[in-house]
Design a protein around this ligand. Structure first.
Ligand SMILES: Cc1cc2nc3c(=O)[nH]c(=O)nc-3n(C[C@H](O)[C@H](O)[C@H](O)COP(=O)(O)OP(=O)(O)OC[C@H]3O[C@@H](n4cnc5c(N)ncnc54)[C@H](O)[C@@H]3O)c2cc1C
Length: 604
């Protein structure tokens, strides 16, 4: 029976027929790999996710973490699953062999991680955070910091967190107040409170490595005065073994709507709950140079943003597959044309309106998965393309796509979960089916790692205008190349190419019009609308790419005719039902509408 977590057929199609990931194995970094090794890690990920992560997804939701003032308790299956995960070596899959990694392409690793996110997004958050933390320290930490913190994280003995947010400073990190005072021995003592910290306390690992943003007194105000510190829960003892408790205290757990298996914490640093070396203050170690903290943290945040988009996609995908399975076995009603009430009922999948909901979900989740894997492929290009110009192009394109790959799946794969509930009818509104939990879990994704509104400001305020518009030009060129290929292919592909080309033209015109005002308030007033419209254009591009890949695979004698037909039909759906949504959005943006700006507080 095929999985209801993800579709292996789709992953095969995307990685091999479309992105041609095996071609990467001609590059030195991936020379040890082959399609067989990629298949083997995908098999491993599917098996461990199915057997060890999915079974406790509901249990960890119903029985959320608790804190009795001393210990944090989680259902035991979480630790058992994470121990199995650590043994797979998948955590270090993309890393260098020199640190115990597999040097797997990011595109393949993203597909592997998607299995865990679809099976149990809350349990998989622990390794995701740990990997992001390790990657940051590999990029900016000293050799000693890598030995002390990264190696045990990659072995699954220590887990990592990212501590940015404070109770009064979420979107506006410029306003954080946690302070870090330099000590004579080169270390720092930290004092402050961090809010919403995922994985901030638990007893799943020997130690927790917090990466904390804080201010060194006397530094510049705003984001230019933020530095980055490693602050462990337990300080290293003289022989490297865990020693005394650091002054990091769990004040309490947040009680969430979803994602419940991931502990979410209010942490206090340096309030005297513990006294390392005989006095209060959380001992921390500076990472990189002072005042470079936010730029360094972006290393982890950019990775986390792609990870959030991937998680949203995986949740949308599994909801889609579960609602499809339900629709195939739920008999209800008769065909619209059937007059005789004695005729047998049909499964609801036969009704056009149910097909509408399934097609919409398919177009959202498969479109989003394509974008996530495409971004993984860009990371591979950025890292290993033989020509510097290609590496630079990939970096630029990924920069522009990051707010989109974070936000589009967070919005539309959540919409897919909503439709999955609707397909289930009344059953979808109960806790007897997984789809309600998927919706609740997914509802986090437009909020954390930069809200939807903050991603919109990033796209319109920074990414499309950076380097004199080079970001937008790179996106237009990449889409333009697909349009050209589709035009040459002729037929339906050429027709869709014409529509995509028109939409890309509007992106350029609207961007110029918005910034032509010279007035940032007017330009950015409808940034979220811009993000949504550009996101739809990007996903239309992903669908045209998939249609071309399906045609090519069919022409080459590929044997999965239903998959190719399904891809063509979903592309058709997206261009007929979804892309036209952008027309009125672009009209409104072009009109420089100021309704939101002009609304007064007292009028609400
Ligand atoms: C479950 C969960 C897990 C989290 N995990 C972590 C973690 O591990 N580490 C960590 O550091 N943080 C974490 N966060 C924090 C998360 O990143 C913040 O919640 C998020 O950045 C928003 O900050 P806020 O909650 O303070 O909301 P606010 O910043 O107060 O935003 C409230 C609303 O106002 C809007 N808004 C705010 N400023 C602007 C602006 N300038 N322009 C337009 N709109 C604006 C926002 O878009 C939002 O809709 C987590 C949050 C949650 C809920």
């Amino acid at each position: 029976m095929s999985s209801t977590l993800l579709s292996r057929r789709d992953l095969r199609f995307l990685l091999y027929d479309w992105l041609d990931v095996p071609a990467l194995t001609t590059r030195p970094r991936y020379a040890e790999h082959s399609r067989e090794t990629f298949d083997a890690v995908l098999d491993l990920a599917e098996r461990v996710a199915t057997e060890h992560f999915a079974p406790h997804n509901r249990a960890a939701d119903l029985d959320e973490p608790t804190f009795d003032g001393r210990h944090v308790r989680l259902v035991p299956e979480v630790k058992a699953a994470l121990d199995v995960f650590a043994d797979t070596g998948l955590l270090a899959s993309t890393l260098d062999e020199s640190v115990g990694g597999m040097q797997l392409p990011h595109s393949v690793a993203a597909a592997c991680f998607a299995w865990f996110q679809a099976a149990n997004v809350a349990t998989s958050a622990y390794p995701m955070l740990t990997l992001g933390n390790a990657n940051l320290l590999l990029a900016y930490g000293t050799a000693e910091q890598v030995d002390t913190w990264v190696r045990p994280m990659l072995e699954g003995r220590y887990f990592g967190t990212m501590c940015l947010s404070e109770p009064h400073a979420g979107s506006s990190l410029a306003d954080i107040t946690t302070r870090a005072e330099p000590q004579d021995d080169g270390s720092y003592r930290l004092y402050g409170t961090k809010m919403w910290i995922s994985g901030g306390d638990h007893e799943l690992s020997e130690n927790i490595v917090h990466l904390v943003l804080a201010r060194i007194p006397g530094g510049p105000p705003g984001v230019k005065g933020i530095s980055l510190f490693v602050v462990p829960k337990v300080l290293p003892g003289p022989d490297g073994a865990p020693g005394a408790r650091n002054d990091v205290v769990l004040v309490g757990l947040n009680h969430k709507m979803g994602y419940r298996g991931t502990t979410n914490t209010l942490l206090s640093f340096g309030d005297g709950g513990h006294e390392p070396h005989g006095r209060p203050g959380a001992v921390g170690y500076l990472v990189g140079e002072p005042h470079q903290g936010l730029a360094q943290m972006f290393h982890m945040m950019n990775e986390a943003r792609i990870g959030v988009g991937a998680g949203a996609t995986a949740l949308g995908y599994t909801g889609y597959l579960k609602s499809l399975a339900y629709a195939r076995q739920r008999p209800q009603g008769r065909p619209l044309a059937a007059k005789d009430p004695a005729t047998p009922q049909v499964p609801i999948v036969a009704h056009p309106d149910v097909k509408r909901m399934l097609l919409a979900q398919k177009s959202y989740v498969e479109g989003a998965l394509a974008l996530v894997l495409y971004c993984g492929r860009l990371l591979d290009e950025q890292r290993t393309a033989p020509e510097a110009a290609d590496r630079d192009r990939a970096r630029l394109l990924l920069d522009v796509l990051t707010p989109i790959v974070k936000s589009w799946p967070s919005q539309w794969c959540l919409a897919a979960n909503d439709l999955a509930i609707q397909v289930h009818g009344g059953a979808g509104y109960t806790r007897d089916h997984d789809v309600e939990q998927h919706w609740r879990d997914n509802r986090l994704n437009p909020i954390h790692e930069g809200t939807h509104g903050i991603q919109a400001l990033d796209l319109l305020g920074r990414k499309v205008v950076m380097r004199n518009g080079a970001g937008l030009a790179a996106l237009a060129a990449a889409i333009g190349a697909t349009v050209e290929r589709a035009r040459r292919a002729g037929g339906e592909a050429a027709d869709l190419a014409g529509r995509l080309d028109d939409a890309v033209g509007r992106v350029g015109a609207v961007t110029r019009r918005l910034w032509g005002t010279g007035d940032p308030e007017t330009a950015l007033a409808n940034a979220s609308l811009y993000l949504e419209a550009v996101g739809h254009v990007v996903i239309a591009w992903m669908w045209l790419e998939q249609l071309l890949a399906a045609d090519a695979a069919a022409a080459a004698g590929g044997g999965d005719a239903d998959l190719y037909a399904g891809k063509r039909h979903a592309a058709r759906w997206f261009f007929r039902y979804e892309l036209p949504r952008t027309g009125p959005q672009f009209d409104l943006l072009e009109s420089l509408d100021r309704t939101t700006v002009e609304m007064r507080d007292s009028w609400f």
